[in-house]
Design a binder for this molecule. Structure first.
Ligand code: UT7
Length: 321
């Protein structure tokens, strides 16, 4: 016994920032951003908080699943940067939703939703939960140096959620981690200890784009091949691939390497940029609400990012459209 996806939800800030608008604050162009990444615009928090969009995504997922907050046995949030170090985002959501269950956050950067699904699998397997909520929510705009064109054009803010019930949707799942702060990192605030002898670091995204690009292409192709084989199905049997939305060229590399036709790769990077852990659940929710998925469809999810971490899985969609 594992889990089934009973409902999905997503939410993002109202403020839309186009590439042309970014070109007024850093030395870039719509043409460079579109051709190098596939991004046309992204959403950015202004008056909303991370908790606001996480709550809205959660509320929509619960409504979709027809599950009341009091029925939840566990809330797990995947986020790189909650507004508080403590309490966790999941504790704040528990309070705001009116739930009473246990709640904790995980940080696996862009792979956070897949890591949360693996946590879920364990809780369901141990029969510790019957209903659970996963929310992946990211405020990337608060971690960007908005004078640094190499990074500020890539990311956006948003939240995606899924309510899980007992079931058998999960056919295979793999995670990986290989520690690397050289190529991708976001330093934390240093605090004000009078005893610290360490230099303060800028609390912004640093990325060696080309290193991460090579890692990402390799991870996406390797993990999709592996989880599809683990699930005992053929690549041609996959109905849809939901890849992490970091760069359209990374997805195109997988299209060229694997035996899954291009039209099966779901893409929304043009409207959101890279929203770290929230990218895949937002994509999942958008496609589900368009009734793209039919009962029995095989979905392959694959994420990669900071850590380095990766996560991928194959799900058999069981919800009626
Ligand atoms: O979610 C975490 C996972 N993250 C990823 O998977 C990201 C992986 N990396 C990438 O997607 C790509 O490496 C980037 C999109 C970040 C960069 O694309 P690239 O083709 O690797 O560009 P580059 O870093 O090699 O830079 C090429 C040129 C440079 O100029 P010179 O040295 O050739 O004169 C950069 O200074 O493009 C310049 N450049 C820009 N130009 C205009 C860098 N950023 C910009 C910009 N606008 N925003």
């Amino acid at each position: 016994m594992s889990f089934s996806i009973a409902g999905t939800g997503s939410a993002y800030p109202a403020r839309r920032v186009t590439n042309d608008e970014l070109a007024t604050i850093v030395d870039t162009s719509d043409e460079w951003i579109r051709t190098r990444t596939g991004v046309k615009e992204r959403r950015v928090l202004t008056t909303e908080t991370l908790e606001d969009i996480a709550f809205e995504a959660a509320r929509r997922a619960l409504e979709d699943a027809k599950v009341a907050p009091e029925e939840l046995d566990l809330i797990v949030c995947a986020t790189i940067r909650n507004d508080y170090i403590t309490p966790s985002l999941s504790c704040m959501l528990q309070k705001r939703l009116g739930a009473t269950c246990i709640a904790f956050d995980i940080n696996a950067a862009c792979s956070g939703f897949l890591y949360a699904l693996d946590v879920a699998d364990g809780y369901f397997a141990r029969k510790r939960v019957k209903k659970m909520l996963i929310v992946a929510a990211e405020a990337m705009s608060k971690m960007l140096d908005w004078t640094e064109r190499a990074t500020c054009v890539l990311f956006g803010d948003g939240a995606g959620a899924a309510v899980l019930c007992e079931g058998d949707d999960l056919l295979s799942l793999r995670l990986s981690a290989s520690g690397n702060a050289e190529s991708l990192r976001i330093p934390n605030l240093e605090g004000k200890s009078p005893f610290s002898k360490l230099p303060a670091r800028e609390p912004f995204v640093y990325m060696n784009g080309q290193d991460v690009y090579k890692f990402a292409v390799n991870a996406l192709c390797r993990d999709l091949e592996a989880v599809i084989a683990d699930a005992g199905v053929r690549q041609e049997d996959i109905a849809y691939v939901l890849p992490h939305q970091a760069n359209i060229r990374i997805i195109e590399a997988a299209i060229n390497k694997l035996k899954i036709s291009a039209g099966k790769y779901l893409i929304n990077i043009e409207r959101f940029g890279n929203i770290s852990a929230a990218s895949i659940p937002i994509l999942l929710d958008e496609c589900r609400r368009k009734n793209l998925f039919h009962k029995g469809d095989l979905l392959a999810l694959s994420a990669f990012g900071g850590g380095f971490t990766t996560g991928a899985c194959v799900l058999r969609w069981s919800k009626e459209s």
